[in-house]
Design a binder for this molecule. Structure first.
Ligand SMILES: [Fe+2]
Ligand SMILES: [Fe+2]
Length: 219
């Protein structure tokens, strides 16, 4: 199977797993939107910081120049998303300037991603799957925020953050087509994608329980 055929197959497998995220949950009656959205934005901060750090870590140990430079750009994008969300939290009355979302540790998904060493498995997990999830959950999050009437937060995600997460996923598609071109690379990439999808499921469940909202933004 060449790289392009492999990525098509990977996308079908991921779509099947993520079909559950296609519906937009309706907030329960009486939902306390303001505090839920603040909690969700704090979760988003952690996701942005972890994505930025992961891209930085991988940039220095990725030999393929096109992937290395795309990781550098992603690192900057995620850091900018972090700052935008931090600023929005401030506007919503949350003292977020010194909020360190990893002060109590990183997520299990971040720890797993750090164990990956080949370019194909990193791309499949960190950009293809992680950003593929982000595409879906951010649409859900935007719809939820719109229901709440917080148009400014919705616009920030709709116009800037979500399109850039889409671009991170697209970069993984192109790079996997190019570099996931041996049976060994493809096997590792597929395993890394599925592991990422299941770790992200667990993270979302924990976050949903904590916030009472079934829409968890991701980067
Ligand atoms: Fe991203
Ligand atoms: Fe992001």
């Amino acid at each position: 199977m060449n790289g392009a055929e492999f990525v098509e197959q990977l996308q079908r497998e991921m779509d099947a797993v993520l079909a559950k995220l296609d519906t937009v949950p309706v907030a329960p009656p009486g939902q306390e939107y303001a505090s839920a959205i603040q909690e969700l934005l704090k979760i988003a901060l952690k996701s942005e910081l972890e994505a930025s750090e992961m891209a930085a870590l991988w940039m220095s140990t990725t030999p393929e120049l096109d992937v290395k430079l795309a990781l550098a750009r992603q690192c900057g994008d995620e850091a900018r998303h972090f700052l935008m969300i931090q600023q929005r939290l401030q506007q919503l009355g949350v003292e977020a300037r010194n909020l360190n979302p990893v002060a109590h540790g990183y997520s299990p998904l971040y720890h797993y991603l750090r164990t990956l060493h080949s370019t194909a498995e990193r791309l499949a997990a960190g950009q293809f799957a992680r950003e593929g999830i982000a595409q879906k959950v951010n649409l859900q999050f935007i719809a939820y925020v719109e229901q709440s009437g917080d148009e400014q937060t919705a616009r920030m995600f709709r116009e800037t953050i979500a399109p850039e997460e889409d671009a991170h996923h697209e970069f993984a598609v192109r790079m996997l087509q190019k570099y996931a071109n041996t049976p060994d690379a493809q096997e590792k990439a597929r395993a890394a994608m599925h592991k990422t999808l299941s770790l992200a499921d667990e993270l979302r469940e924990v976050a949903a329980e904590r916030t009472g909202a079934a829409v968890i933004p991701a980067s």
